[in-house]
Ligand binder design. Structure first.
Ligand SMILES: Cc1ncc(COP(=O)(O)O)c(C=O)c1O
Length: 361
């Protein structure tokens, strides 16, 4: 096997090596079928078993109550930005959003096609460096939407707001399965797989029964309606088979390692390594996020100049630390520490950054 780098890309992102090796080993002959998993009919029992096991594992690892359904859909989280309001908007009632940065903004933009959108709180006043905590829930709203982790800005809600009877909808694309969730607070949670679950191509939607019932009251195109996918077990059309299969292997790996208690602890440790380095750098590295809102998944930081940032990214790359350039819309640097990133990789990155500071301060 060629050398594997430490991959800090924000997504698609690093995946568990064990899952990749397993996929490689059985790529040409999946479970003794004499076919690749990419060649099997999605209606074949061998593939149905993959889908069922992956669904069961998400439920088990995340501790999802029985009145939620797990859907495996196409189109990325960006498609959910409009499927969601299309399914859940209610006549004469606003859809409410918390604006925390680029991804919340993208979700808000799409909801506006379906009715009145109210932004209940925004952190724009401080360049989206924090997650707003003080706002009043609109009891009349069709739902409240939050982005649990802003991948670009590097801010995260670890504890979700208590929205009472107003359904809480969460875009958890970039912190999916990274820490336990209080499901009594959630009505719908969605995530593109390509950060914390598997390869690009599949989006998981976890939807509470009453939200499915709401979708049933709407006249919707077949593929748009959540009810279709619930009724057909995510098999109305051909699902993204390979992405689901590889997600299954990653889920098995997560379960074997100890599930959410294990991964939450590890993710906290990894994030702490980099935030400690930032905080102890005498201002050489400046964290973008306010400390109380810091993401454990995407660590965003700046150096004293853009030239130094470019130099740092290039030197890091030469040493095998890949994907540290910040998103093109905000610049700076970003280290994405998703579930599959090893603590060893983060520690080695911290050593590199510390040496870079010494050489360039
Ligand atoms: C928080 C968040 N939401 C939504 C998206 C869009 O996801 P997709 O590319 O799967 O449409 C992303 C992509 O990076 C994201 O990070």
């Amino acid at each position: 096997m060629g050398k594997r780098v430490f991959n800090f890309y924000a997504g698609p992102a690093t995946l568990p090596l064990k899952a990749l090796k397993e996929a490689k080993a059985e790529f040409l002959d999946f479970r003794g079928t004499g076919m690749s998993v990419c060649e099997i009919s999605h209606r074949a029992k061998d593939f149905q078993a993959v889908l069922d096991e992956a669904t069961a594992l998400i439920k088990e690892i995340y501790g999802i109550p029985a009145h939620f359904h797990i859907l495996w859909l196409h189109g990325g989280a960006s498609t959910q930005f409009f499927h969601l309001p299309w399914n859940l908007a209610l006549e004469g009632r606003p859809m409410t959003y918390i604006h925390t940065g680029s991804w919340a903004e993208a979700a808000i933009k799409e909801a506006k096609f379906f009715g009145e959108v109210k932004v209940l709180a925004s952190s724009e006043d401080a360049k989206f460096s924090y997650t707003p905590r003080k706002f009043e829930i609109d009891r009349d709203a069709a739902y409240l939407h939050i982005t649990s982790n802003e991948t670009i800005g590097g801010i995260e809600w670890i504890e979700f707001p208590d929205t009472g009877a107003t359904p809480l909808v969460v875009d958890a694309s970039s912190d999916f399965l990274s820490h336990p969730i209080d499901w009594t607070r959630v009505a719908l949670l969605y995530a593109g797989a390509q950060k914390n679950l598997g390869p690009a191509g599949v989006t998981v939607v976890i939807i509470r029964e009453d939200m499915v019932a709401r979708a049933r009251t709407k006249k919707l195109p077949t593929m748009v309606s959540y009810a279709t996918h619930v009724d057909k077990g995510s098999m109305h059309n051909t699902p993204p088979c390979f992405a689901i299969y590889l997600s299954l292997l990653a889920l098995k790996d997560l379960k074997e390692k100890g599930g959410l208690p294990y991964i939450e602890k590890l993710n906290k440790r990894k994030a702490k390594v980099l935030y400690t380095l930032i905080d102890n750098s005498n201002g050489y590295y400046k964290g973008v996020a306010r400390p109380d809102s810091r993401s454990r998944m995407n660590i965003t930081f700046r150096l004293p100049s853009e030239q130094l940032e470019e130099k740092c990214v290039a030197e890091a790359k030469a040493k095998g630390f890949i994907g540290l350039k910040g998103h093109r819309s905000v610049g700076g640097m970003r280290a994405s520490l998703y579930n599959a990133m090893l603590l060893k990789g983060v520690k080695e990155l911290a050593t590199f950054l510390s040496e870079f500071q010494k050489a360039n301060a």
